[in-house]
Design a protein around this ligand. Structure first.
Ligand SMILES: NC(=O)c1ccc[n+]([C@@H]2O[C@H](COP(=O)([O-])OP(=O)(O)OC[C@H]3O[C@@H](n4cnc5c(N)ncnc54)[C@H](O)[C@@H]3O)[C@@H](O)[C@H]2O)c1
Ligand SMILES: [Zn+2]
Ligand SMILES: [Zn+2]
Length: 404
């Protein structure tokens, strides 16, 4: 049997590449595995040889010590792989298929899955609705920043690519289907972006850039991306976005200079709870800044898409309230303007098939938009550090050297 190696979270600021168990069609005990999930039989699962697996801003929240992630947790929820084994209950997925794995683990059998809400499946995490690979509080499913990984409910979860050679030729675009492309698209859709919309996207990390590319795909008239990281703002400009530097102050004035009015039709929070304040104090963390400023800049009656992550427990929170996930929101502003909000995990399966076709038919250049950058598994610790320092790159781990 082949061995396996994966990226493990050790302590704040530290990840390491370790020898780990080769996956089984059973969920064994391990770091973060919910006791009620231990020993779960996965006859409906498949084992994948990982072709690409990406580092995500969501991983960084754990690696910065901003969650209760346990030591030795194998990371990685953004996975594209080749099926090497199927369980006895798998009917349609076959060995050799190259597939995208939605980061949400879903059963396909519960009420929420039946309604398409695969980010809050009721049967995969005994602690709360929703699960993911390699993530704190998400059921303890082993992460995919590794050579091999198990995918449960394979017939339901896997998105098969129609042709292997075509998939390998576009693998850097297709690898974004497991999370950030659908997530950015969901952000734009739930912000109500349509042809002709003016859009403000807070955050020029990979999710913000994916939301920007999605807003363009949806026909937005103007896409404005905001950050305080000049390199990332330059990346946004590289594919036709306008930019706002929030280190120069709150966004209204800069939006007015671009649009003639200080507001937009639609807004997306692609930052989350580690948001920095605006203006010269933008190095200071101010977790409600983005949500409050989006309520200010969104036109009355508008929608705010919130893919940015907010937590229920944050050991590094700025005050006692933030440590339990309570933020100081000016909800009155939102109420007065009849704004609506969409939060939560992106239900990847709602979008990944359509976005796959958009990639295969070259309607979107998502790898270029997010500056996909391929690295070997052993470089993961260094790439985590570079990504944490704000590199304008989306790191794609290639554990078997399969990417040309
Ligand atoms: N909902 C989901 O399903 C889902 C999926 C993937 C990622 N996420 C979340 O989306 C968020 C973004 O992910 P990412 O990979 O792009 O992370 P990232 O950390 O690379 O990017 C966040 C960016 O926000 C910038 N920023 C900080 N304060 C700001 C402010 N006030 N205004 C504008 N920009 C500001 C940072 O400089 C950084 O460039 C994270 O919170 C991540 O956990 C959610
Ligand atoms: Zn992710
Ligand atoms: Zn379900």
């Amino acid at each position: 049997m082949a061995g396996n190696r994966g990226v493990a979270y050790m302590e704040p600021g530290k990840v390491e590449v370790h020898e780990i168990d080769y996956p089984k069609l059973e969920l064994l005990d391990g770091p973060g595995v919910n006791p009620a999930n231990v020993g779960r039989k996965l006859n409906h699962g498949a084992i994948l040889k990982v072709v690409t697996t990406n580092i995500c801003g969501s991983d960084q929240h754990m690696v910065r010590g901003r969650t209760t992630a346990p030591a030795n947790l194998v990371l990685g929820h953004e996975i594209l792989g080749e099926v090497v084994e199927t369980g006895p209950d798998v009917e349609f997925v076959e060995v050799g298929d190259v597939c995208s794995v939605p980061f949400n683990i879903a059963c396909g059998r519960c009420r929420n899955c039946k309604e398409g809400k695969t980010g809050i499946c009721l049967n995969v995490n005994p602690a709360r609705p929703g699960a993911a690979y390699g993530y704190v509080d998400m059921g303890g499913w082993v992460g995919g920043q590794a050579e091999y990984v198990t995918v449960p409910y394979a017939d339901w979860n896997l998105l098969r690519f129609p042709d292997r050679d075509q998939a390998m030729a576009k693998v850097l675009d297709l690898t974004m289907l497991s999370d950030i492309f659908p997530t950015g698209f969901h952000g734009a859709v739930t912000a109500g972006v349509k042809p002709g919309s003016t859009v403000y996207i807070a955050g020029a990390g990979p999710v913000g850039l994916a939301a920007a590319a999605s807003a363009q795909l949806l026909g937005a008239a103007v896409v404005i991306v905001a950050d305080l990281n000049e390199q990332r703002l330059a990346q946004a400009r590289s594919f036709g976005c306008e930019t706002v530097d929030v280190s120069k102050g709150a966004p209204q004035d800069q939006i007015e200079q671009l649009l003639g009015v200080p507001e937009v039709d639609a807004a997306v929070d692609a930052v989350g709870f580690e948001a920095r304040g605006h203006g010269d104090g933008s190095t200071t963390e101010a977790p409600a800044t983005v949500l409050n400023s989006l309520m200010e800049v969104t036109a009355a009656g508008g929608q705010i898409g919130i893919p940015g992550l907010y937590v229920t427990g944050d050991p590094g929170g700025i005050d006692e309230a933030a440590k339990v996930g309570s933020l100081s929101l000016s909800l009155g502003t939102g109420w007065a303007k009849s704004l609506s909000f969409t939060t939560g995990q992106c239900p990847v399966m709602r979008y990944n098939l359509g976005l796959m076709k958009a990639i295969l038919h070259e309607k979107v250049q998502i790898a270029k938009a997010v500056n996909a950058t391929v690295i070997p598994l052993d470089d993961a610790p260094q790439s985590y550090a570079e990504f944490d320092s704000g590199a304008a790159k989306k790191y794609v781990i290639d554990p078997h050297g399969m990417v040309a």
